[in-house]
Design a protein. Structure first.
Length: 261
């Protein structure tokens, strides 16, 4: 399918490192999870914070842009999992950045105990992708949350007081506070782990919810996708996998199809 003329140019690159996926939006990845640096009117915003050892990747990118870490205004977490909360506490402490997370994930982000996931990891260990993911996360300190000492909470539908004024869309299931982030003026949706383009356990590509071993409630995760169907996003940037440019409705349709298979 041809990309519509109104779409910004989107760059797809596998592997670790960083790249400007659309103007002013930089994807940084450790090869497993993605996090995004947003430039807005001279200010910086992070959507998620990778793993703890991704701090160096972040600071190198900031320096390459001719900016400084103290220009980081806020860190907006899509959910409280260790491969997304990563270096958020360090960013809060060193850059004085405000850390935002949905109210249902605040306790876990601050170091509380997470509930038990729905499925078991063991059946997925037959896939090489699962071992690759586990190895990379262990090597980068991404298997345990570094507690964030000060957290600001947001609610569903809230416009967050951060660069670009993104809107929070609560999409629970992966975690109780799982949230997608919509930049209306950019027609850009960042989905974290509620809608991904690659499974970190099987390696399957394309729109899908996360595997049951990583979800609190997979059924709820699938039902929650309804909140995204009417979002007029031209580009979806996921927490795992490559950008999507064929619209939210089609992405949700395909994710539901995969879930039924």
């Amino acid at each position: 399918m041809k990309r519509r003329a109104c779409l910004p140019e989107v760059r797809n690159v596998e592997g670790s490192g960083s790249i400007e996926v659309v103007p002013g939006i930089h994807r940084l990845t450790n090869g497993v999870s993605n996090f995004y640096l947003v430039e807005e009117e001279g200010k910086l915003l992070l959507i998620d914070a990778g793993t703890p050892r991704d701090w160096d990747l972040f600071t190198r990118k900031v320096s390459a842009l001719g900016r400084s870490v103290d220009q980081l205004e806020a860190i907006l977490l899509t959910h409280a999992h260790s491969d997304h909360t990563g270096f958020a506490e360090r960013g809060r402490a060193e850059a004085d950045a405000v850390v935002w997370v949905h109210e249902a994930d605040v306790a876990v982000a601050k170091g509380g105990t997470a509930g038990k996931n729905e499925g078991r990891l063991l059946p997925y260990l037959r896939y090489a992708e699962a071992w690759r993911t586990l190895f990379r996360l262990m090597r980068r300190g991404g298997t345990k949350i570094v507690p964030i000492l000060e957290v600001s909470a947001f609610a569903d539908g809230q416009t967050i007081e951060a660069p670009g004024r993104p809107r929070a869309i609560h999409v629970p299931g992966h975690t109780p506070g799982m949230t997608a982030v919509f930049f209306e003026h950019r027609r850009l949706l960042l989905t974290g782990d509620c809608l991904v383009m690659k499974s970190p356990l099987t390696g399957r590509k394309g729109p899908q919810v996360m595997p049951s071993a990583l979800n609190r409630d997979t059924g709820q995760a699938i039902r929650s996708l309804a909140a995204l169907e009417q979002i007029p996003a031209e580009v979806i940037l996921p927490g795992h996998g490559e950008p999507w440019t064929e619209g939210t409705r089609e992405a949700v349709r395909l994710a539901r199809t995969v879930a039924r298979s």
